[in-house]
Design a protein around this ligand. Structure first.
Ligand code: AMP
Ligand code: MG
Length: 338
């Protein structure tokens, strides 16, 4: 595995690094690269052998489809059997950006990419390195988060290296990612469209663009509800046991007392409080949702090795925090069978 630190001050060196990486992708190799959400593990989306390597490297279950990244709307449409009005509007308003659209796929998209579904998830990432790489590769690039399946998504190149090591051929290091959690996923094959996964592009922003509120899988009275296949209850989870704690000093104190035991290292992640003195380790995250999302995964990566139990102070309620609550709840769901 090679790590290339991208020179921010030299367009020529950047173009060079990206050209090499594009070559790797076209040749069927795996290239990790920064996007604005998290680091992606890229593979040639139309090459079934490359996709097989991608799933093997991540240890990703074959029933969990991957998102295909492209550089422009024309390339997205080439993968799609049709391009509904809702797709056109959302793409126009929010691409490049942290939004994934699920559309009906063309036959050329391998079944392995979509876990056998007749729909494909597509996005244009809002990151100069990702866009340059996609243009250099000149092929659609399947890119789930660049970590072993089930773990916390990487927001730095070092997280990628820690998780995947030699399972990845090349890592482009473009510094920490800006959004910090995975994209909002909207299925535009339903009417109204369905919000399959919340992200930092809010449901309200999607509704504003569409002129209609997207539905949520599992809503009552919905006949053809199909939850997004990869939305396993436990996902994005660190090794340490995560416990969500009501906001405030008193609840945190009680939780610390409750889990205290000889030999158990307790960590705390707070936002409204200082890290309590009773915790062996901890981090305080920003009080605004964008800042919190940006730093959350790095905090989980950092504290994971240092704590057996992580007490996480629940962030405020409210639409701007929905995607963060979603990820925290997944991280705190006990592993299956436990
Ligand atoms: P990530 O692991 O961040 O790449 O996100 C992939 C997620 O996008 C999957 O776990 C699904 O929830 C969703 N997704 C990807 N492809 C599809 C698809 N064809 N249909 C529905 N959801 C999809
Ligand atoms: Mg992932």
């Amino acid at each position: 595995m090679t790590v290339v630190v991208l020179p921010t001050d030299s367009p020529v060196a950047l173009a060079d690094a990206v050209a090499t990486a594009g070559h790797h992708l076209r040749a069927g190799q795996l290239v990790a690269f920064p996007t604005e959400t998290v680091y992606g593990l890229g593979a040639h989306a139309l090459d079934p052998a490359a996709i097989a390597r991608l799933y093997a490297a991540k240890g990703r279950p074959s029933h969990n489809p991957v998102i295909v990244h492209v550089a422009d709307v024309a390339a997205a449409r080439e993968l799609s059997r049709d391009w509904p009005e809702a797709a056109a509007r959302l793409a126009e308003a929010h691409w490049p950006g942290p939004l994934t659209l699920v559309v009906r796929k063309r036959a050329e998209v391998p079944a392995a990419v979509t876990a056998g579904l007749d729909r494909v998830a597509i996005r244009i990432p809002d990151h100069p390195v990702a866009l340059a790489l996609l243009r250099a590769a000149a092929v659609p690039v399947a890119a789930p988060s660049a970590n072993r399946s089930g773990g916390v998504s990487p927001t730095t190149a070092a997280h990628v290296v820690d998780s995947l090591g030699d399972r990845v051929d090349l890592v482009l290091d473009g510094g920490p990612t800006a959004v910090g959690i995975e994209s909002t996923v909207v299925d535009v094959t339903t009417d109204p469209p369905t919000l399959l996964r919340p992200g930092m592009l809010s449901s309200a922003a999607v509704a504003g663009t569409l002129g209609v509120v997207p539905r949520v899988p599992g809503a009552v009275g919905e006949e053809d509800a199909r939850p997004s296949p990869g939305m396993l209850a436990r996902h994005y989870a660190p090794e340490a046991q995560v416990r969500l704690v009501r906001s405030g000093a008193a609840a945190m104190r009680d939780a610390l007392r409750e889990v205290a035991a000889p030999g158990v290292r307790v960590g705390a992640v707070t936002w409204s409080l200082e890290v309590p003195g009773g915790a062996a380790t901890g981090l305080r995250l920003p009080e605004d949702p964008a800042g919190y999302a940006r730093e959350l995964y790095a905090a989980l990566h950092r504290l994971d090795g240092a704590a057996d139990i992580l007490l996480v102070e629940l962030p405020p309620e409210g639409a701007a925090w929905d995607a963060i609550h979603d990820r925290l709840h997944r991280a705190s769901t006990p592993p299956e069978g436990a």
